[in-house]
Design a protein around this ligand. Structure first.
Ligand SMILES: Cc1cc2nc3c(=O)[nH]c(=O)nc-3n(C[C@H](O)[C@H](O)[C@H](O)COP(=O)(O)OP(=O)(O)OC[C@H]3O[C@@H](n4cnc5c(N)ncnc54)[C@H](O)[C@@H]3O)c2cc1C
Length: 199
């Protein structure tokens, strides 16, 4: 859809959380064939899916309406995402998993950089398996857990479970608006920049 004066800013709004949609509505700048456009969507971790809640598209329609758009005028697409948990399987003998197959970030559903990070760790595991001539990949999960990508995914898995279970409106206003400088500083140290820690 057209830019509607929101410039190059990407918006995340966590207002659906108190209604048991444990995620956010997004409004991102994008380009279609070189023309600046906006991409809207709603992300849900499904952490609160067993509780009473509106249809997923309702908060999206509500937010779009606030900005003068009617969701019915646009095509809707749905995509599943698999987020990381330390319990997820990472390999079986002779098979390694990477990217979403192991799991992406639960907080935002970010997984492109992680997929690349997994690739680097998997390459190391495969190289070492060739050196040893043994392909059980038994140590792979530990290797992922010790890597920069594994550490950030673990921290993000923990944060996901905290921020989406504390679903009060005041908590999310406090977290994302009032405490924004502190959240950004903590994110900078503990969540972002993990690629610099690739072994
Ligand atoms: C709507 C949406 C928005 C997102 N936005 C962001 C974002 O802004 N930033 C971000 O970092 N992440 C985002 N993500 C997550 C990100 O897209 C994924 O985490 C990332 O693409 C995972 O990469 P991957 O290589 O593991 O898997 P994929 O990108 O899913 O690649 C897997 C590939 O395998 C192919 N495939 C599947 N089965 C077979 C088969 N049997 N044989 C051969 N090929 C097969 C598929 O067609 C696909 O091309 C978003 C996800 C969604 C759904």
């Amino acid at each position: 859809m057209g830019e509607a004066g929101r410039g190059r800013v990407a918006f995340f709004d966590f207002f659906p959380v108190p209604d048991n949609i444990a995620g956010y509505v997004w409004d991102f700048p994008t380009q279609v064939k070189g023309t600046p456009m906006r991409c809207w969507g709603v992300y849900d971790t499904n952490l609160l899916a067993d509780r009473k809640r509106p249809a997923l598209k309702e908060p999206l329609a509500e937010e779009m309406k606030r900005h003068g758009f009617d969701l019915n005028d646009y095509e809707i697409k749905g995509h599943p995402i698999r987020w990381y948990s330390p319990r997820n399987k990472a390999s079986v003998p002779r098979v390694l998993l990477v990217g979403d197959a192991v799991g992406a970030d639960g907080i935002f559903g970010e997984g492109i950089s992680m997929a690349l990070g997994y690739g680097a760790v998997a390459a190391q595991e495969i190289a070492e398996s060739f050196r040893r001539g043994e392909f059980s990949f038994r140590g792979y999960k530990r290797r992922v857990a010790r890597s920069g990508v594994g550490q950030t995914l673990f921290v993000r898995w923990f944060i996901t479970r905290v921020i989406y279970f504390f679903k009060w409106r005041w908590f999310h206003i406090l977290l994302w608006r009032v405490l924004k400088p502190i959240v950004l500083a903590a994110a900078w140290v503990f969540v972002l920049n993990w690629s610099k820690r690739i072994p």
